[in-house]
Design a binder for this molecule. Sequence first.
Ligand code: GDP
Length: 299
Amino acid sequence: MFETLGNRLQGVFDRLRGRGALSEADVSDALREVRVALLEADVALSVVKDITARVRERAVGQEVIRSIQPGQQVIKIVNDALVEALGGNDPGPRGISLEAAAPVAILMVGLQGSGKTTTSGKIALRLKGRERKKVLLASLDVHRPAAQLQLAQLAERAEVTSLPIIAGQTPLQIAERAMDLGRRELYDVVILDTAGRLSIDEALMAEVAAVKQAVTPHETLLVVDAMTGQDAVNTARIFNERVGVTGIVMTRVDGDARGGAALSMRAVTGAPIKLLGAGEKLDALEDFHPDRIANRILG
Ligand code: GDP
């Protein structure tokens, strides 16, 4: 188990206890711990610098140095800076937006194995259950033979409809057929699960971009695996540059990922993290709470 940032910081201040007022150098010591802990938690260097600068500014200028429990105060300042970096102060809803003419298209993009198909099923289940929406699921993955069947099975478990499979169609044809059916049969939401690859390649990006242009989805959700740390951040940056994403879903937060990728993700793409995947089951989808991720990093 790694030492949490909270413990590290408390350690610094415990060592200083009884020395009366803290000096600016003491705050610098604490900041060094913050820096190391954030880097260990997989936060990108540029983001680490930004956060430590913010904390320094607030910690130095304030009463912290003279307070009775400086450790707790600095920890609170760090916590606030983390929540801010995670988009905590953003106005507006963080969940999926359905404020568009029906059928609302949601395009799911990401690398293979990120949890994209599972997340499509989870979102379908949530929209059907919580929001009483009529949802159509369609897999545009013509590269992996089992992909369309996998989504059809998920749809069955979520008790929503999946687009009938027609062999030989291109992703664009499938997307258009899904939207057609969505319009004809008055679906509220059409979730389009695109193909993923093991790594980012030009063909994947071109395919996703073409589908996006054809269906102009209301949401383009990038699914990334929290366990892949910095790789997830690079994936997010490239998808955002090439395709444009409106939100991010981080999966496998049930694992022991330290949450640092979430911090970087937000800073690198500017796109909000909208949902978290926290398990293999279809109901393991959570709303994103910046304070929980901050707590996870801070410990
Ligand atoms: P895709 O290739 O991106 O469509 O990925 P899949 O949806 O097929 O998921 C790959 C594997 O990850 C499957 O075994 C899923 O059950 C699993 N998975 C997906 N999301 C999560 C999650 O949030 N937590 C955990 N532990 N496993 C997940």
